[in-house]
Design a protein around this ligand. Structure first.
Ligand SMILES: NC(=O)c1ccc[n+]([C@@H]2O[C@H](COP(=O)([O-])OP(=O)(O)OC[C@H]3O[C@@H](n4cnc5c(N)ncnc54)[C@H](OP(=O)(O)O)[C@@H]3O)[C@@H](O)[C@H]2O)c1
Length: 250
């Protein structure tokens, strides 16, 4: 969602669809570095964007996923597959992207707000444990690599994780501590989760991708110090994120 407060002084917005080559071309004028997010479920529509990037030749920083398995022929689920395909597309185009592979964003918890306004239970599909990362740290890491003068950074992906590996139950309990409420996570079956998301109006393809992720994505059970190496500060905890965002859940 776009920031309703508008751009900060000295910042100019160019608003457009990532799949619209003309909009991308216009946005790239005078730009020397790009932080690329590709939130689509297919990499095919990115070909025109990559053509525009090659022509404009900026530094490209791509936000990917720690769930990529570099040894696997196919990734665990469609969302991770798109990131693997995008990394390959950017690399094969000669763009030498700097890749930030992020673990699960803390901001996903915002999706629980409607349930928590109605009661003390968060229910949803269970997911493997992940090293939940504060999206503010991901943004700071992205700024660090975008602004690096000479490039001291190699082209190996940076693995951005939070400081601890958490289950959904852990996250809901930490959120409860921040809200001073006793909250609990209740896992539902894939069928229940699917029909709820469809009833909420989510596109079927996205729903299937999310269900596949919940069922097939393996646990990401290790943390890294890459946030600290890039930003100079240790990664923030989910408990801190929960305190800072408590007002959004009441
Ligand atoms: N969430 C995670 O845990 C996680 C972890 C690792 C990597 N990632 C990756 O990080 C990226 C962002 O994730 P997210 O969870 O923050 O996604 P999100 O909440 O779905 O946000 C996606 C953003 O992209 C915008 N968008 C969608 N289609 C667009 C298009 N065709 N052109 C321009 N903008 C478009 C959306 O704008 P509107 O709101 O206006 O539609 C929204 O601002 C994704 O690529 C995701 O796979 C996410």
């Amino acid at each position: 969602m776009r920031d309703q407060t508008g751009p900060r002084p000295g910042v100019e917005w160019a608003v457009g669809d990532l799949t619209d080559a003309a909009a991308v071309r216009a946005a790239l004028v005078g730009i020397d570095a790009v932080f690329l997010i590709w939130p689509l479920l297919d990499s095919a529509p990115a070909h025109d964007l990559v053509t525009e990037l090659v022509a404009a030749a900026p530094r490209v920083v791509y936000l990917s996923s720690t769930a990529i398995d570099d040894e696997a022929a196919r990734q665990s689920d469609p969302i991770v597959q798109v990131h693997a395909d995008m990394e390959a597309l950017l690399r094969n185009a000669g763009l030498r992207p700097l890749v930030l592979r992020s673990d699960t964003l803390a901001s996903n918890a915002r999706g629980w707000a409607p349930q928590l306004r109605a009661g003390d239970v968060v229910s949803g599909p269970d997911m493997a444990r992940t090293a939940v990362v504060d999206e503010r740290d991901v943004a700071d890491a992205a700024v660090a690599v975008l602004l690096a003068q000479h490039n001291p950074l190699d082209y190996e992906p940076h693995l951005l994780t939070g400081p601890e590996v958490l289950s959904r139950t852990d996250q809901v309990a930490l959120l409860g501590a921040a809200l001073r409420r006793r909250l609990r996570f209740q896992a539902v079956t894939a069928d229940v989760a699917r029909s709820r998301m469809l009833t909420d109006g989510r596109p079927e393809r996205l729903v299937e991708a999310l269900i596949a992720a919940s069922m097939r994505r393996p646990e990401s059970n290790h943390t890294t110090d890459h946030i600290e190496r890039l930003t100079g500060r240790p990664a923030g905890t989910f408990a801190r994120w929960a305190v800072d965002h408590a007002a959004e859940f009441s």
